[in-house]
Design a protein around this ligand. Sequence first.
Ligand code: FAD
Length: 393
Amino acid sequence: MERMFVLNDDQRAILETVGRFAREEVAPRAAKLDANQDPLDCYSFEIVEKAHELGIRTMTLDEEWGGLGMDSLTTAMVVEELAKADMGVSVVMAQTFKIAQIMQRALNAEQKARVLPGFAKDPRGVLAIGMSEPGNGSDKHLSIPVPFATHATRAEGGWVVNGMKHFISNGNRASHYLLMVQTDRTKTMEDGATCFLVERGRPGFTIGRVHDKMGERLANNAELVFQDCFIPDANIVGEVGKSGAVFADFSPQSNAYAGATVLGVAVALYEKAVAWAKTRVQGGKTLVGHDGIRAQLGEMRMLIDASRAYIHRAAWLADHRDQGWDATLGILPKAMASQSAWKIATWTLEIHGGHGYMKELGVEKLVRDAAAFLHSDGVNRTLFLKAAKRLFR
Ligand SMILES: Cc1cc2nc3c(=O)[nH]c(=O)nc-3n(C[C@H](O)[C@H](O)[C@H](O)COP(=O)(O)OP(=O)(O)OC[C@H]3O[C@@H](n4cnc5c(N)ncnc54)[C@H](O)[C@@H]3O)c2cc1C
């Protein structure tokens, strides 16, 4: 059984492979890809293909589907390792890891046999979840009693979908999607929406705008547009009207992976702050010799270690829910890690003085990246409200 605070041999071996991939394949390309104007040019198929060759892309698939059957704790460690090299690449993979886990648990036998072998073989295969809409952002996290605008009407043998999702990570790159659609417009998202499996290229489904983002640029986010798109009953995931259950039951580790992503950026920032503080001389000594700077570095270290412990606990308990899982572990670790990362980002900028503001040191990219998860996977404020709802019903 995997342990929480001491790496076992398998974890050590996997992290070594992923660390080498991150250092050799991701880090050297990241700054150049990030600097491209067009978000489409920021994405690298080469990186995804290399991750495929090394077995990283499919590592959460069970062995019967060609993967490594990776547990959630080890996956969270891998996500952090990737994010140390680049947050966007970490997001591309973390979404794919997470959705592959959901698919294995939530798809029926026929759906798995239809989808998973092809996904396992496709060197560019990545996955996406379509929930957010222009009019429905935080409402879905807070169970506000309103319907999704993207809706489906009954047709012979299936459903006809119309509407649009936006901000979707891997939206324009994925081979398969899990899509939340309102199938009963008299009800709310909670009790009237259904999860559908959607394949890329289905008639009536097109990609809209690819969003131009401030950071996390090596991942693409896009609009998904549905115009009279027929989806057969065979593509319903779980039960009609129960889309929420698919995620609540099958993806408790999602928040920990989001936390691990932004934690990797915090670690990269901290390492830059330490390196700079050890070499930059002002006031007759290196910055690390000044008490104010030393205290700030100590606090950064505390925030990183505390965030990691929280994420690891949540990820481990997501796989062992009978050992003390509680719902707040699926809501709060990302908020803790992203708040910590944001503090560490501003302090790292401060420690670098004017040098941090100049692009050549790479601090500014990390600051832009660190901002991504203040909102992604749920705005922190709404996550606190969501947790409070679980605690004080
Ligand atoms: C980088 C990135 C990647 C993403 N990837 C995906 C994805 O793959 N799939 C997907 O479905 N979505 C994705 N999203 C969307 C994300 O889940 C939403 O951005 C998030 O849920 C917030 O919604 P919103 O942006 O519409 O903000 P809003 O809901 O408009 O919130 C704006 C502000 O109002 C506050 N607020 C809102 N409602 C309340 C309330 N009731 N009480 C108090 N305060 C409130 C919020 O806290 C926030 O500060 C992504 C977003 C980003 C930024």
